[in-house]
Design a protein around this ligand. Structure first.
Ligand SMILES: NC(=O)c1ccc[n+]([C@@H]2O[C@H](COP(=O)([O-])OP(=O)(O)OC[C@H]3O[C@@H](n4cnc5c(N)ncnc54)[C@H](O)[C@@H]3O)[C@@H](O)[C@H]2O)c1
Length: 327
């Protein structure tokens, strides 16, 4: 099978390609990425000599370019990771989020439809469901939870999801959607909580934490996410949504303190800053559908996965704008 993986030079997409290109040498993987500030070709360097992998620079919003590419390559499967992904940026500049995340998705689906792909898979997020209260810990997002996004980022991802389901219903495009909780692991851009905390801690700089730090996120290791996507593509039903969670709800302040402890750094580096506007209190994902229907199991325990991730950044300081350094 021939795969088009868009946004594959970003955090999750590059980890996905590392996993898939090595696991399926008989399949061909073409990565399409426009290389925004978040994309980095160095993330794909370990794949550059693989016979079943190629990188192409290009924009998912460029219809003429995609038409030529699909005509030449005849993809079987399209997986769309490409997005503007940082909530803070969406608050400052929302328009690019609608442009890339909604219109880009539609352009990609128009061409996927024209060339009759077997499956178009959309990488979505638990943030489309909005927030859960902190004082009702048993409540979790299921695939039937109404979409109720809070930020321009999550609204753009929700808009894309609605278009994906509409393309399935209206045009018969075979689609699937995965909605995943917060990912962590190697190759995450340094703007996000875990790499940002590691980078600031190592440099003994103040670590900004929004509000009181009590907001809760459900953390999933990027490997577990990618195993789930592989299962959805190979065994999942057309036109279904699958939730993927880490079963690891932790407050932001807990995550920051854990990293400081592991690095032997003082907690007084923590600096509480004015809360993010519209900051969702809590996310929690119910993954029982994919566990039951596709047999997905997660491998990672959060605390162990976090230590492994910190160690990886210490070995790869170049991704935090630092030279290699050891703990
Ligand atoms: N990071 C998370 O915790 C998380 C959780 C759930 C869902 N998601 C979703 O997973 C996907 C990947 O997230 P990520 O954290 O790897 O993001 P990222 O910001 O690290 O990577 C996004 C990639 O998309 C590329 N891109 C952006 N605009 C493009 C365009 N117009 N054409 C082609 N490529 C373009 C960028 O260059 C970059 O390589 C996104 O759709 C995001 O919404 C992320």
């Amino acid at each position: 099978m021939k795969f088009l993986v868009t946004g594959g030079a970003g955090f999750i997409g590059s980890n996905f390609l590392h996993y898939m290109v090595n696991k399926y040498p008989e399949d061909i993987f073409i990565c399409l990425d426009v290389l925004t500030y978040a994309g980095n070709l160095a993330y794909l360097k370990p794949l550059e000599n693989k016979k079943n992998f190629r990188f192409i620079k290009g924009d998912i919003r460029d219809s003429a370019f995609l038409d030529e590419l699909f005509c030449a390559e005849r993809f079987d499967i399209v997986i769309n990771f490409a997005a503007e992904s940082h909530v803070d940026n969406s608050i400052k500049n929302p328009n690019i989020f609608a442009d890339t995340n909604i219109l880009g998705t539609m352009v990609l689906m128009n061409i996927s439809k024209k060339y009759g792909v077997m499956r178009y898979h959309q990488i979505s997020t638990d943030e489309v469901y909005g927030e859960l209260p902190i004082d009702e810990p048993k409540r979790k997002f299921t695939e039937n939870t109404p979409i109720c996004p809070s930020s321009p980022y999550s609204a753009s991802k929700a808009g894309a999801d609605l278009q994906v389901m509409a393309y399935a219903r209206t045009y018969g495009l075979p689609v699937s959607i995965s909605r995943c909780s917060n990912n962590y692991g190697p190759y995450q851009f340094k703007e996000k909580l875990i790499p940002l905390t590691i980078s600031k801690a190592i440099k003994n700089q103040p670590i900004p934490v929004y509000g009181t730090g009590e907001n809760i996120r459900d953390w999933i290791h990027v490997h577990d996410h990618n195993v789930g996507i592989d299962m959805i593509i190979r065994k999942g039903k057309d036109n279904e949504v699958y939730n993927l969670g880490g079963h690891a709800e932790r407050t932001n302040i807990y995550v920051v303190k854990k990293i400081l402890q592991y690095l032997n750094k003082p907690e007084d580096l923590i600096t509480y800053v004015t809360d993010r506007p519209g900051h969702d209190k809590r996310y929690a994902i119910d993954s029982s559908k994919i566990e039951r229907e596709l047999g997905w199991v997660r491998e990672y325990d959060f605390e162990k996965g976090l230590e492994e991730t910190v160690d990886w950044y210490l070995e790869h300081g170049e991704y935090l704008n630092m030279n290699h350094m050891k703990k």
